[in-house]
Design a protein around this ligand. Structure first.
Ligand code: ZN
Length: 413
C-alpha cells in the first residue's frame, strides 16, 4: 500500500461504520466447543474451499485440516482468517500449524470467556455501529439485540412453498413459519396471504431490507407469469410438479416480492455471482431493474466473476446500489478492480460494504479486507492525481456510513 492508502486505512479503521450483512451466530456456540479454533474455522469460508463450496461444516480431524491447508496457502478464504488472528490475538505466523494451534486456540477461548465479543471487537475496535443481520436459519424470526443489530426478512423459503416437503438450500420451508404462527394454507390465495403476513410482521419489527440468496438454488432470470400459471405447481401433488411449473411459481413469487417491496417501501438485497450453474450474473436482473424503478436494490458480491456488470448497471439505474460484501474474500484483486470501476461510475455514492460471516473472527477478517480494498483503491487514485486526499477521505466516509444509511433509511433509527 502506498502512503496515501496507509493513511486512509488508519482513518477508515476508526470511522463509524454500518456493516450491511452478517450471519453472526451466538458466540456461546463457539465457546462451548472443546476445540474453539476448530469451531471458528468450521464456520468460515475455509470449509467452502476444503469441502466443496457447500457452506456445510467439514468432516475432518485437526491433522487432516492442517495437511489440507498446506495445499492452499494463497487462498483468500484462508488469508482473511490469518489476518483476523493477527489483528485480534497475538498471532505472529503466516499459517496454522500443529505447533501454534494450541496457543492460538487458548487465546481465542480466553477472549470468548470475557464475553461481549461483538461489542468489544466490532463495536469498540472497528467502530461498527450497526450490523444488518441475516438469520436465514429461522424463517420470520426477528429477535435480535437492537442496540447493534437490525434484521432482514429472508425470502428464499417462499420460493419452495409449492409443496410442504421441498426445502431451500438452507433446509428452510415457509410452512415452518405458517405452523409456528398457526396460519392455515390450503389455497394459493392463502399462500400469498401467508407472504403478506410475514411482510406485515417484518414491517412491524422494522426489518432493514428483504434479502434473496435464491441464486444458490436457481438462475436469476425471472419472467412475468400470470397467477393462473403460477398456481399450477401449488395445486400439483408433491413431487409431481414439472420443472417448468416450478419455475413459473418461483418467477411469480419473485415479482410478487418486488411488488410488496414497492408498496411497503422496503429495499432489497440480492446475492449475485457464485450460484446455481453460474446462471447468476447481475445483468440477468436488468429487466427487473427496468420494471421496479421505485425499489432500491443492493447487488451483492460484485456479481463475481462478472464484476464488470454492476458498475455499468449502476450508471443507468439510480435505484441500484453496489455492495462489496464478500467480494474481498472471493478475490481481493477483483474487489479492487470492481471498486475502482464503481467509484468511476457512481462517483462514490451507492457503494457499501459488509462482512458476511458467522463469527467475530470471520467478520473482523472480512471487514479488514474490505477496508484494505477501499483504502488501496482510493490511495492509488490520490497518487495518480485522479482524486484529492480530501475527496478520498470523504468517499470512504460515504461507503462506510452515508450510503448504507441512505439505503436502509428509517429502519436504522
Ligand atoms: Zn451472506
Amino acid at each position: 500500500m502506498n502512503k496515501f492508502s496507509q493513511e486512509l486505512f488508519s482513518l477508515f479503521l476508526e470511522s463509524p461504520k454500518i456493516d450491511t450483512h452478517e450471519h453472526l451466530l451466538p458466540p456461546e456456540q463457539f465457546a462451548e466447543s472443546p476445540d474453539i479454533l476448530f469451531a471458528v474455522l468450521e464456520r468460515s469460508y475455509l470449509s467452502w474451499i476444503l469441502s466443496g463450496t457447500t457452506g456445510k461444516s467439514f468432516d475432518l480431524t485437526r491433522e487432516e485440516l492442517l495437511s489440507q491447508l498446506r495445499n492452499i496457502p494463497a487462498s483468500s478464504f484462508y488469508r482473511y482468517l490469518i489476518r483476523a488472528f493477527q489483528f485480534m490475538y497475538e498471532f505472529r505466523d503466516d499459517s496454522l500449524t500443529w505447533e501454534n494451534w494450541e496457543n492460538l486456540s487458548r487465546q481465542i477461548r480466553e477472549n470468548y470467556e470475557k464475553g461481549d465479543m461483538v461489542k468489544r471487537w466490532l463495536s469498540s475496535r472497528l467502530n461498527v455501529q450497526k450490523i444488518i443481520l441475516d438469520r436465514y436459519w429461522v424463517v420470520g424470526d426477528f429477535q435480535v439485540d437492537r442496540k447493534i443489530f437490525s434484521p432482514v426478512l429472508r425470502l428464499d423459503p417462499f420460493f419452495f412453498g409449492y409443496n410442504r416437503e421441498t426445502r431451500d438450500h438452507d433446509g428452510q420451508s415457509p410452512y415452518f413459519y405458517a405452523d409456528r404462527e398457526g396460519i392455515k394454507v390450503e389455497t394459493f390465495d392463502e399462500y400469498l396471504s401467508l407472504m403478506d403476513h410475514i411482510f406485515q410482521k417484518g414491517i412491524k419489527e422494522r426489518v432493514s431490507a428483504l434479502k434473496f440468496a435464491i441464486a444458490y438454488d436457481r438462475g436469476l432470470s425471472f419472467k412475468q407469469v400470470t397467477r393462473e400459471k403460477a398456481e399450477v405447481a401449488f395445486y400439483r401433488a408433491a413431487g409431481e410438479e414439472t420443472p417448468e411449473e416450478i419455475v413459473n411459481f418461483q418467477d411469480f413469487i419473485f415479482h410478487y416480492s418486488f411488488q410488496k417491496a414497492e408498496e411497503l417501501g422496503l429495499p432489497i438485497q440480492i446475492h449475485t455471482g457464485p450460484g446455481k450453474a453460474f446462471q447468476t450474473a447481475p445483468s440477468l436482473l436488468g429487466p427487473i431493474l427496468e420494471e421496479y424503478r421505485a425499489v432500491k436494490v443492493s447487488l451483492f458480491h460484485g456479481g463475481f466473476p462478472w464484476v464488470g456488470e454492476p458498475g455499468a448497471m449502476a450508471l443507468f439505474y439510480p435505484h441500484l446500489y453496489l455492495d462489496l460484501v464478500w467480494l474481498p474474500l472471493l478475490s481481493p484483486t477483483f474487489s479492487r478492480l470492481a471498486l475502482r470501476e464503481w467509484l468511476e461510475t457512481t462517483g462514490g455514492s451507492r457503494i457499501m460494504m459488509g462482512g458476511d460471516s458467522w463469527n467475530v473472527e470471520g467478520a473482523v477478517g472480512s471487514l479488514l479486507f474490505n477496508l484494505e480494498t477501499i483504502a488501496q483503491v482510493l490511495g492509488e487514485m490520490v497518487e495518480t492525481g485522479y482524486l484529492s486526499m480530501a475527496d478520498a477521505q470523504e468517499i470512504g466516509k460515504m461507503i462506510l456510513w452515508d450510503n448504507p444509511e441512505e439505503f436502509f433509511a428509517s429502519s436504522l433509527e
